[in-house]
Design a protein around this ligand. Structure first.
Ligand SMILES: Cc1cc2nc3c(=O)[nH]c(=O)nc-3n(C[C@H](O)[C@H](O)[C@H](O)COP(=O)(O)OP(=O)(O)OC[C@H]3O[C@@H](n4cnc5c(N)ncnc54)[C@H](O)[C@@H]3O)c2cc1C
Length: 546
């Protein structure tokens, strides 16, 4: 572990009204909600904020068209409302996205059923989608397999390319409201005695020290680790709360004719998959494979990668997509409610707040499931469940001022002027930091080193990295380059970019060679464990495809 921040004070003996375990999108949203309700709140995360499933998702902020197929109208309504809120309040991070649902004559879904579903979806959203431009449709038609007759259906949803950044912003909002937040701090056990929780025993992995904090309430937002949190706390339940279902994605470079809209279609076996423009690349996903292993070690199997490659290659045969096209793949375990015997696709995507009173642990709640899209409404519900008055009603409320629109040329010019940086760098700052871009630009103005790009292939600058360490609770170089300023997810990032970035960052932060080497090593270990290359042995890989 590399220490980049000041050593942290021990939390030993401190009292909190709420201790939230797990700093994914749900945990951060719950901590923010409790702190806003005026309650002393502690959020602990064993690794880094947003390093769990939150960064392994397809990154769509959706009303949940697919939930209509399963009749979950309440969930669709909630998701649509939350989508609109995110589009308004975090417009620099959450963008409207045009979707094209593609069917051909051999599709398993009937065009009539899809048309009806979309009609209902639009009615519930209260707005009609704009049609894809004639030019976009022609481009796509040229790229698609000409051996099929394709039908196109338009609809609108949204994309959050970097939920890591959304989590970083909500984290700061939680801290501004008074929450104490600690990453690289693991809950070893929830302290349960005489049928109720009393606190949490935790370990700070930076200092190696253990501490006990008192808590009136414990909220387990451990995502796919939620059962493990209970097991290590000796909270006995008749059956597991979760049935883990792994979902994998591949990321490939853009190809001639690659769609500018998100494509929602059927994979080789008829399951729905997405082919999405993402981060100047193309993301293809996802799969559904039962996975009861350690969620921190989950990875796409060769079969899943092969399945996704075959599905996208079949759709776009002219692009000649093969295993070698895969830049990287990644996987996450969906924390779905335990439903033995049910097909993964049929398990509800609605979150559950499990009260552990009947398990002998009064005042402990486990949050199960959920979506990026509905994390804020889940947090409000959770706050109400523990008797707090939610700062915001569930009904659609106009939240704070909309964030700066990074597409506004005036804003870009203003940031470029403040920081004396290029327009491209200014746009990048606005896209990832919204209103806080101005503070970062002011920092950048101080020196040429702070204005320098993080590596030669990106316009994001060193000042953003310094901000991540200073204000956004980044501790390791991985925290910075994979989540706060996630340039390492980019199309051309490689080990040499990591090295160059470490040199530039180290020069500004005054790292010696030892610190630099250790930072670089932990970054590369984390990066390669997360972003997996496709199997090198393509013969074996192609065999798995048959
Ligand atoms: C393949 C896939 C695709 C998805 N696509 C979408 C999508 O397009 N749109 C959408 O809205 N949703 C999507 N989801 C769902 C969404 O990503 C998850 O529901 C959401 O991220 C769950 O957030 P979480 O905070 O509950 O879990 P996590 O993000 O996993 O957070 C839990 C955290 O708890 C921490 N933790 C665990 N144990 C401890 C401990 N003992 N002490 C301290 N910390 C601990 C972990 O390190 C982890 O960071 C997708 C999920 C998957 C898997």
């Amino acid at each position: 572990m590399v220490l980049a921040a000041n050593p942290r004070a021990s939390l030993e003996g401190q009292h909190f009204h709420v201790v939230v375990i797990g700093g994914g999108i749900n945990g951060v949203a719950v901590a923010r909600e409790c702190a806003r309700a005026g309650k002393p709140t502690l959020l602990i995360e064993q690794k880094d904020f947003a390093s769990g499933v939150t960064s392994r998702s397809t990154r769509i902020i959706h009303g949940g068209l697919r939930y209509l197929e399963h009749g979950e109208l309440g969930l669709v309504r909630e998701s649509l409302r939350e989508r609109e809120k995110l589009l308004r309040e975090k417009s620099h991070l959450v963008h409207p996205m045009h979707f094209l649902l593609l069917l051909n004559e051999s599709s398993q879904r009937s065009a009539m059923k899809v048309r009806t579903g979309l009609w209902l979806y639009q009615r519930m959203a209260g707005k009609s989608p704009s049609d894809a431009t004639e030019m976009e449709l022609k481009r796509l038609e040229r790229a698609l397999d000409a051996g099929h007759k394709w039908s196109f259906f338009n609809y609108e949803d949204a994309q959050c390319e970097f939920p890591e950044r959304l989590v970083a912003e909500w984290l700061l909002e939680a801290v501004d409201a008074g929450a104490v937040v600690r990453n690289h701090t693991e809950a070893l056990a929830v302290d349960v005695a005489h049928g109720r929780v009393h606190g949490v025993l935790l370990r700070d992995h930076l200092t190696g020290r253990d501490a006990h904090v008192d808590a009136a309430w414990v909220i387990n937002c451990g995502g796919p680790w939620a059962d493990r949190v209970c097991q290590r706390s000796s909270i006995r339940m008749g059956k597991p709360m979760l049935g883990g279902v792994r979902g994998s994605h591949i990321v490939i470079p853009r190809f001639p004719g690659s769609p500018n809209a998100a494509v929602y279609t059927e994979a080789v076996d008829g399951r729905p998959i997405f082919v999405l423009p993402w981060n100047d690349q193309v993301m293809v996903g996802t799969t559904e494979v039962a996975d009861g292993g350690d969620p921190g070690k989950t990875a796409p199997s060769a079969d899943e990668i092969s399945y996704l490659v075959r599905s996208v290659a079949r759709l776009f045969p002219k692009a000649k997509i093969t295993a070698q096209s895969v830049k990287y793949s990644f996987a996450g375990v969906r924390p779905l409610p335990y439903s033995p015997g049910n097909r993964p696709s049929a398990v509800t995507r609605k979150h559950i707040l499990h009260d552990h009173e009947d398990d002998g642990a009064t005042r402990m709640i486990s949050v199960l499931g959920g979506k990026l899209t509905t994390a804020a409404s889940l947090a409000r519900e959770c706050a109400r469940k523990i008797g707090l008055k939610s700062a915001e009603p569930d009904a659609f409320a106009m939240g704070p001022e909309p964030a700066l629109d990074p597409l506004l040329d005036d804003a870009v010019l203003e940031i470029a002027r403040i920081g004396s940086v290029s327009e491209e760098s200014a746009r990048g700052m606005l896209e990832w930091h919204g209103k806080r871009a101005a503070d970062i630009a002011r920092m950048a103005l101080v020196s040429a080193e702070l204005r320098a790009p993080i590596c030669p292939h990106t316009s994001h600058v060193i000042a953003e990295v310094v901000e991540a360490y200073r204000r956004e609770y980044a501790v390791t170089l991985g925290d910075v380059l994979l989540r706060r300023v996630p340039v390492a997810l980019g199309a051309c990032w490689s080990e040499s970019c990591s090295r160059e970035a470490a040199l530039r960052i180290g020069a500004v932060l005054g790292w010696n060679e030892l610190t630099m080497g250790a930072n670089l090593e932990t970054l590369e270990i984390e990066r390669t464990a997360f972003l997996r290359p496709a199997p090198q042995d393509t013969a074996a890989f192609e065999a798995a495809a048959d």
